[in-house]
Design a protein around this ligand. Structure first.
Ligand SMILES: Nc1ncnc2c1ncn2[C@@H]1O[C@H](COP(=O)(O)OP(=O)(O)OP(=O)(O)O)[C@@H](O)[C@H]1O
Ligand SMILES: [Mg+2]
Length: 221
């Protein structure tokens, strides 16, 4: 029986990693085998490309080269990890996927959306997640969570400085970009209110998971 491919999307601090773990527990508790992975990366080759993309000394890439690197990593991830796991009946959960490239490089940094779609077609030939959860919350809330995670006290002057430097307008473009993606693919992408506590964020996700499993004819408690 075929597995399921689920992706989590959203800005920094939206709670993607937290909810990935909850989704994993949910499926495991009902007897499914789960593969938890992340992007960029997920396989040894793709993790090497991740280092080129996210490390400070990884290189000064042109937007086109950067886009190609993201999809080179993604192609390896899909072919060597995601598709084989799905074919083996497993549930694959990825912390970010193609929508992040469209949101960050496209809507955020202004790289041509059609070019990204063309590269996506060459690399993935129409391969998409079965279900995507967009964790949506006000930009300031997400940034505050990220800062808090980095052990910076919220509310003092230095934090306010750091806050401004994170460029709120970029994160606002990102948020609106993700919401546009969701509007364009309402069946695949479910917008989740991520501003509330983690258990209640997961309660929204669970409804969609149960609905999806019913559709594919599997029982989930
Ligand atoms: N619903 C929530 N309410 C409050 N705090 C939360 C919630 N979900 C996660 N957090 C906290 O916010 C921080 C960021 O959460 P998490 O790492 O899950 O987000 P993320 O989307 O994976 O972030 P990043 O993009 O940086 O990887 C963590 O400290 C986490 O404990
Ligand atoms: Mg994370």
């Amino acid at each position: 029986m075929h597995g399921l491919f689920i992706t989590l999307e959203g800005g920094e601090g939206a709670g993607k990693t937290t909810q990935c773990r909850k989704i994993k527990e949910f499926f495991e508790s009902t007897g499914y085998e789960v593969v938890l992975t992340r992007e960029p990366g997920g396989t040894p080759e793709a993790e090497k490309i991740r280092n080129l993309l996210v490390q400070r000394d990884g290189g000064n890439w042109t937007p086109t080269a950067e886009c190609l690197l993201f999809f080179a990593a993604r192609q390896m991830h899909v072919e060597t990890l995601i598709k084989p796991a799905i074919a083996a009946g497993k549930v694959v959960i990825s912390d970010r996927f193609t929508d992040s490239t469209i949101a960050y490089q496209g809507y955020g940094h202004g790289f041509d959306l059609d070019t990204i779609r063309q590269v996506e077609q060459i690399a993935l030939a129409g391969f998409k997640p079965d279900l995507t959860f967009l964790l949506d919350l006000p930009v300031e809330d997400g940034l505050r969570r990220s800062l808090k995670q980095k052990d910076i006290a919220v509310g003092d002057e230095s934090t306010e400085d750091r806050f401004e430097k994170l460029d709120k307008s970029f994160h606002e473009k990102l948020r609106q970009g993700f919401l546009t993606i969701a509007r364009e693919s309402p069946v695949r992408v479910k917008v989740i209110d991520a501003s509330i506590d983690p258990d209640n964020v997961f309660a929204q996700i669970k409804i969609h998971l149960q609905e999806k499993m019913e559709k594919v004819g599997r029982n989930v408690i």
